[in-house]
Design a protein around this ligand. Structure first.
Ligand code: SIN
Ligand code: FE2
Length: 212
């Protein structure tokens, strides 16, 4: 089966089931940034600690009914923000609509995210190679938005030792991976110094997931 007729301009295939949608968010950048500001006032960025006791260089927060957290008890989704003791802020309709649209462009209809992890990278921050596997149902893809400074995204395979291919993710790009690539290893290399006109010296990434 081919999806070629549906492939839009700026859609780059990464592997079977995974796509990079270049500049997909650019028209919405102002609205995305305004929403982000509001969300992070409610649930601020914080450096979480891995079960092994390592303080992550990326700072994180969440929006939506569930949020991904890590501490000495492990990785999991939580309906409350452990820092504020309150629910995570609502997922803005614009976020879920754009995530659904991107998923659908990549061939995944019916994507209905209930979690959005928001990662903040400053120069030097990185995310080591990992799988997104704390969700209950792997039939849904992961949809990832990139804003701010460019970063190198390593996209690998089913095992940690599989070779990785590096892709440059820039402001406005979306990556969708699911189906045969849903559990592929991926990571972000240490962010290089720089200045972005809208975002300053940082990169923000949002990953939308169906967690339950
Ligand atoms: C993630 O793997 O959860 C984030 C990837 C990214 O920052 O692009
Ligand atoms: Fe991930």
């Amino acid at each position: 089966m081919t999806r070629l007729s549906a492939v839009g301009a700026g859609m780059i295939p990464l592997c079977d089931g995974a796509w990079l949608l270049k500049g997909f968010l650019l028209k919405y950048e102002q609205a995305l940034l305004q929403n982000l500001e509001r969300l992070t006032e409610h649930s601020p960025f914080r450096h979480m600690v891995t079960p092994g006791g390592y303080r992550m260089s990326v700072s994180m927060t969440n929006c939506g009914p569930r949020g991904w957290v890590t501490d000495e008890r492990g990785y999991r989704y939580s309906e409350t923000d452990p820092v504020t003791g309150r629910a995570w802020p609502d997922m803005p309709a614009l976020f879920s609509q754009l995530a659904q649209q991107a998923a659908s462009e990549a061939g995944y209809s019916d994507f209905c995210p209930d979690a959005c992890l928001i990662n903040r990278y400053v120069p030097g921050a990185k995310l080591s190679l990992h799988q997104d596997k704390d969700e209950q149902d792997f039939t849904h893809p992961i949809v990832s938005f990139s804003l701010g400074l460019p970063a190198t995204f390593d996209f690998g395979g089913r095992t940690r030792r599989a070779p990785v291919t590096p892709y440059m993710l820039e402001h406005g790009d979306v990556v969708v991976w699911g189906g045969p690539s849903r559990l592929f290893y991926h990571g972000i290399r240490a962010l290089k110094k720089g200045h972005h006109a809208q975002m300053g010296s940082q990169r923000i990434n949002l990953t939308f997931r169906c967690a339950h």
